[in-house]
Design a protein around this ligand. Structure first.
Ligand code: PLP
Length: 283
């Protein structure tokens, strides 16, 4: 995705990619450079300097960053996962689309964590009724196995043919059949599958049970903020870890991203388990 955007931008004198402070885009060098968390980048400095970071939700800051006319793309997660499970304001996402069009930049989205149905739509950005130019997808595409891809808007007119040739990125050998079958069972065949829609309902159910300060959520991407003085890490990984799989997203957010196959009863069970673990830590 980053290479594709650069390949599009460089001949146009656009070498910068704008990303959001607090974002997370991966651990390879370029993805790490795109990541708007200095703590994660610092151990690897000096690092690529062609990313420009702006605060999420700040339209004026984004306008300022686009103003020089050197940006190839704005690249963001519609729901910021590792940064604390923060769904971006839908109005902001529409503004980003409009500003990209106005300034001639691509709108590239990272749907690695929030996409492929987890938030109730094939792409989480569909909640804002926005069509991006380029999308990065992974995670559910391969179940627990590694599988990723990026998709380009079919009508994105000006991507040079060289970015569409396989040689622009290289390829792994074709994945084995077991992985293909994992992929199709995770994603189903329909882009409007009831499976995605029900993710949204079960996510609401998880979010409506209070066991910590209410947190952000969209579909089955839930974040629960723990009260001040409690470390999220102690809740998921402390002396009495919950009987439910959870992770952290920043120091004060417990993240609950169950598999799509979770049932409503299992959501209840997991929420109770997390609640009990929180109680242990708080007492
Ligand atoms: C939002 C987001 N983007 C990118 C990545 C990196 O994905 P990969 O590990 O497939 O490179 C992750 C990994 O967790 C992620 O959450």
């Amino acid at each position: 995705m980053i290479k594709l955007v650069r390949k599009w931008g460089l001949p146009r004198g656009r070498h910068v990619i704008i990303t959001l402070e607090g974002s997370f885009h991966g651990r390879t060098m370029a993805a790490l450079a795109a990541t708007g968390q200095p703590r994660k980048r610092e151990p690897f400095e000096p690092i690529h300097d062609w990313f420009r970071y702006v605060p999420p939700g700040d339209v004026e800051a984004l306008k300022g960053a686009l103003e020089p006319g050197d940006a190839a793309a704005v690249f963001l997660e519609p729901v910021m996962g590792e940064g604390g499970v923060i769904p971006l304001d839908l109005g902001y996402l529409r503004e980003v689309r409009a500003l990209c069009d106005e300034h001639g930049a691509l709108f590239a989205v990272d749907e690695v964590q929030a996409g492929t149905g987890r938030c109730g739509h094939w792409l989480s950005i569909s909640s804002a009724d926005v069509v991006p130019d380029v999308v990065a997808l992974a995670k559910a595409l391969g179940g627990a196995c590694r599988w990723a891809r990026s998709s380009r808007r079919p009508r994105c007119p000006s991507l040079p043919a060289s970015t569409r040739r396989p040689s622009a990125a290289g390829r792994f050998p074709a994945p084995p059949p077991s992985r293909c079958s994992t992929r199709s069972s995770a994603t189903g065949s329909s882009r409007t599958s009831p499976r995605w829609v029900s993710c949204s309902g079960r996510g609401r159910a998880a979010g409506s049970r209070r066991y910590a300060r209410r947190g952000p959520r969209r579909g089955l991407l839930n974040g629960f903020q723990v009260a001040p003085g409690i470390a999220a890490h102690d809740v998921v990984d402390g002396d009495a870890p919950p009987r439910a799989l959870a992770s952290t997203a920043g120091p004060d957010t417990v993240r609950f991203t169950p598999p799509y196959t979770i049932t409503a009863a299992e959501v209840d069970e997991a929420v109770k388990a997390l609640s009990d673990a929180l109680g242990e830590v708080a007492s």
